[in-house]
Design a protein. Structure first.
Length: 304
């Protein structure tokens, strides 16, 4: 193996976040487009299941195969979505790709005082933005790249070069779009059995949730009545549940400026009180008050 050969055999995986319209464009009628991209690029391309408006497209293969696929995707999006509303192409409307990248690699991408990302912007002419916040329930960030297809492709190449040089540190919790209250409620029946999709929430955990909530059907009963979701079942008696969270993890539950905890409060509809740190204890008391369903949901979200 000469150095060039090993260079080519590197396997690269790139994850992109796409909206329904973009997904439709990439899949094509009866899946013809994605089939053609797979064949011509020889990359593996998978699109996450689920009916949520956002899906993840995963492209895996040799670096060359991945870039070919990205390039075909960029041109396809330009062709389908770049035209003006009246169907006439208005110049070349920029194409936007949203890459999903482990936060631990985003530092290298930004570089000291933003030097690396500036260099990428200047040398490719593409717009590149690294999101400040993590994607929900994950340790990944969105990196948005926009421009005409040629500049985007150059930009993605440079981003990949950085990522390949600095592997992620620690465990990455991948982003799954749509793992939110609505999904948990509306797809509880099927959702939890689809382990691949929901970063492994096992049926056993659902059963545990059901026991915690004191209902045998905490979500399933809501599965066919989306109209009930906003009110959940406020009718059922309110109760309280204590819950211990290790000190070193309480920060992720609270989130930046309390953003995470307020999101959990909103999604679950439960009241959540975090006790003060007690001397010599390595855990904090969290008190959750609400209907059995909202308590179960709050516990699920905190654990997640």
């Amino acid at each position: 193996g000469s150095p060039e050969e090993t260079e080519l055999s590197i396997t690269l995986t790139l994850r992109m976040l796409m909206h329904g319209k973009e997904i439709g464009s990439i899949i094509g009628k009866k899946g013809e487009t994605v089939k053609r991209i797979r064949e011509q690029s020889s990359a593996r391309i998978t699109i996450s299941e689920g009916s949520c408006p956002e899906r993840i497209t995963t492209i895996t293969g040799s670096t060359d195969a991945v870039f070919r696929a990205v390039s075909m995707i960029a041109f396809k999006l330009e062709e389908d979505l770049g035209a003006g509303s009246d169907g006439a192409a208005v110049g070349r409307a920029p194409v936007t790709l949203r890459l999903v990248i482990p936060a631990s690699q985003c530092g290298s991408l930004i570089g000291k005082a933003g030097a690396k990302i500036r260099e990428i912007r200047e040398s490719t002419g593409a717009q590149v933005q690294v999101a400040g916040d993590l994607l929900p329930n994950s340790t990944e960030r969105a990196v948005t790249v926009s421009g005409v297809p040629d500049t985007i492709i150059q930009c993605v190449r440079q981003i990949c070069a950085v990522i390949l040089e600095s592997p992620p540190k620690g465990a990455t919790i991948p982003y799954h779009p749509g793992l939110s209250l609505g999904t948990i409620l509306l797809s509880a029946n099927q959702g939890f059995s689809m382990q691949g999709q929901y970063s492994g929430v096992s049926p056993a955990e659902v059963t545990k949730l059901q026991q915690l909530s004191g209902h045998t059907l905490p979500f399933a009963s809501l599965g066919h009545a989306p109209s009930m979701v906003p009110g959940l079942d406020t009718s059922s008696q309110s109760s309280s549940q204590e819950f211990l969270v290790p000190n070193d993890l309480i920060g992720c539950v609270i989130g930046r400026h309390g953003s995470k905890i307020s999101e959990i409060r909103q999604m679950s509809g439960a009241h959540i009180k975090i006790g003060n740190q007690t001397e010599g204890s390595s855990e904090r008391h969290v008190t959750i008050t609400g209907s059995p369903v909202s308590i179960a949901l709050a516990q699920y979200l905190i654990t997640a």
